[in-house]
Design a protein around this ligand. Structure first.
Ligand SMILES: Cc1ncc(COP(=O)(O)O)c(C=O)c1O
Length: 467
């Protein structure tokens, strides 16, 4: 009898199978049934770099950079314009990743001084950076202007004077965009259009003309255009289209005051984390957005502006896999709709400190047994971490072989975006290392943290401290 706790979308899933809509293309089982990524056995990676371990399939990441760039560039050129791509570094930021991104011709979107410092240190030229954030300090703005960033995205009226004064002091003209609170908010499958979305980012549509006039009145600012970002992990292309149309109406209105070269429509393109996720191919999304932009421009009688996009998750997410070791296992009896059901709790050596998304957003993931292929019956399992929180879930619903055992390795798919970046040291758990794999070779990108790293910041432990 089917376990009533198994969600519909997980029924009939073969626990040994690696669905390449979810797993990197190079993830496969070797002859002995063990998982390998880019021809490197998962077990070998854990032996060399420890567990848990973030693994990035370099080829998957690089090919996604190309596919996404091509999708938007081709779609834009079909409607007589161009598309500039900013990789959203908040998704995954390491020095090596910055090199892949820049080599693929991307610019980089950073949203804090820390991300900017990291990107610059990794060799990203200042003019390839765009700076975001709803609370940029004078220091951050000063560093951005000195670095010659290609755009600063203004998020509130206060920032207009702030950026103008910094640019003036450095005798520079700083290109800026204005982030608009378009009233469009998208969830995975649908979107909501209101007059003004109740959130912290951007400027209300009704205030935009006045603020753009203010920007234009400053000789040290150059107005590049409007910006919108309607959310993340979005499948509903209609949300992007609705936001683009709202922004273009404003854009057309503002043209009477001067040239506006660009329109930035942000990121947010969704990926498949589980069998339940069916994102539209990015080529189709790009084509739909570009043709809607062109149609709206025709209707408004204006030229199609240059377009800009800021994809993060769609590039980094599917390239990442996290490896964990199983520590404890228990079967928990649950009563569901009056009948008894069992959920297998499989505890691993990481958790919400290396992947906060299930706890933060109720995000679902897919897991597989990495050590071997198993012919045992699949058991509904929940992969949980080692933290002192009952919400410390790594994979909420997984079908794992019922003979899963202590010291087995588990691999979790699509962890390349917003896992390393959102990681923490909760419970003084050191953060895992990150390794890139390509064509049978592994390269350590970020070393694993040690307990000494964590203790090293506490002055009470220093000689002469109070401890
Ligand atoms: C302004 C902005 N641009 C781009 C992104 C990237 O979004 P995603 O990784 O979903 O593509 C974000 C993410 O929150 C964002 O806030």
């Amino acid at each position: 009898m089917q376990n009533p706790l198994v969600p519909q979308w997980l029924r009939g899933v073969d626990p040994n199978e690696l669905d390449h809509r979810i797993w990197p293309r190079t993830a496969k089982r070797s002859e002995n049934g063990a998982l390998e990524i880019a021809e490197v056995p998962a077990a070998e990676l854990v032996r060399s770099y420890g567990s848990p371990l973030y693994v990035i399939d370099q080829e998957e990441f690089e090919s996604r950079l190309i596919t996404v760039n091509r999708a938007f560039s081709d779609a834009a050129s079909k409607v007589g314009t161009s598309a500039k791509l900013y990789y959203a570094s908040k998704a995954l930021l390491t020095a090596e990743v910055m090199r892949w991104v820049v080599d693929a011709g991307y610019s980089v979107d950073v949203s804090t001084g820390g991300e900017m410092a990291m990107a610059l240190a990794a060799g990203v030229p200042g003019e390839r950076l765009g700076l975001h954030g709803n609370n940029k300090s004078l220091v951050e703005i000063g560093r951005a202007v000195s670095a010659g960033v290609s755009a600063i995205v203004i998020d509130s009226e206060i920032e207009i004077e702030r950026i103008a004064s910094v640019a003036g002091a450095q005798d520079k003209v700083q290109p800026v965009r204005l982030r608009v609170n378009s009233g469009i908010h998208a969830h995975t499958h649908d979107f909501l259009a209101t007059a003004r979305e109740d959130q912290k980012f951007g400027i209300a549509i009704s205030d935009v003309p006045e603020l753009v006039a203010k920007i234009r009145s400053h000789s040290h600012l150059k107005f590049l255009g409007l910006h919108s970002h309607i959310g993340s992990q979005i499948f509903a292309v209609e949300g992007f289209v609705a936001a683009a149309e709202r922004l273009l109406e404003l854009h057309a209105q503002l043209l009477s005051g001067g040239d506006i070269p660009e329109l930035n429509l942000g990121g947010g393109f969704g990926i498949a984390y589980t069998q339940d996720d069916h994102p539209m191919p990015i080529k189709d999304i790009a084509a739909r957005i570009a043709s809607a932009v062109a149609a709206k421009c025709r209707e408004l009688g204006i030229a199609v502006p240059k377009l800009a996009f800021e994809p993060g998750r769609i590039i980094a997410g599917p390239a990442g896999v996290t490896l964990y070791s199983v520590g404890t296992i228990k079967d928990v009896q649950v009563t569901e709709s009056g009948s008894a059901a069992t959920r297998k709790y499989v505890s691993v050596d990481g958790g919400m400190s290396d992947n906060a998304r299930p706890a933060l957003y109720g995000a679902e993931y897919s897991a597989t047994l990495a050590t071997r292929r198993s012919a045992a019956l699949p058991a509904l399992s929940r992969v949980v971490g080692k933290h002192c929180e009952s919400g410390d879930i790594v994979v909420n619903h997984a079908m794992l072989p019922s003979d899963i055992a202590v010291n087995d390795l588990i691999a979790v798919a699509a962890t390349g975006a917003y896992c390393f970046s959102l990681s923490s040291n909760y419970n003084f758990v050191p953060r895992p290392a990150m390794v890139a794999v390509k064509a049978g070779q592994a390269k350590l990108l970020v070393r694993g943290e040690t307990e000494l790293d964590l203790m090293g910041r506490d002055l009470g432990l220093m000689p002469g401290g109070e401890a």
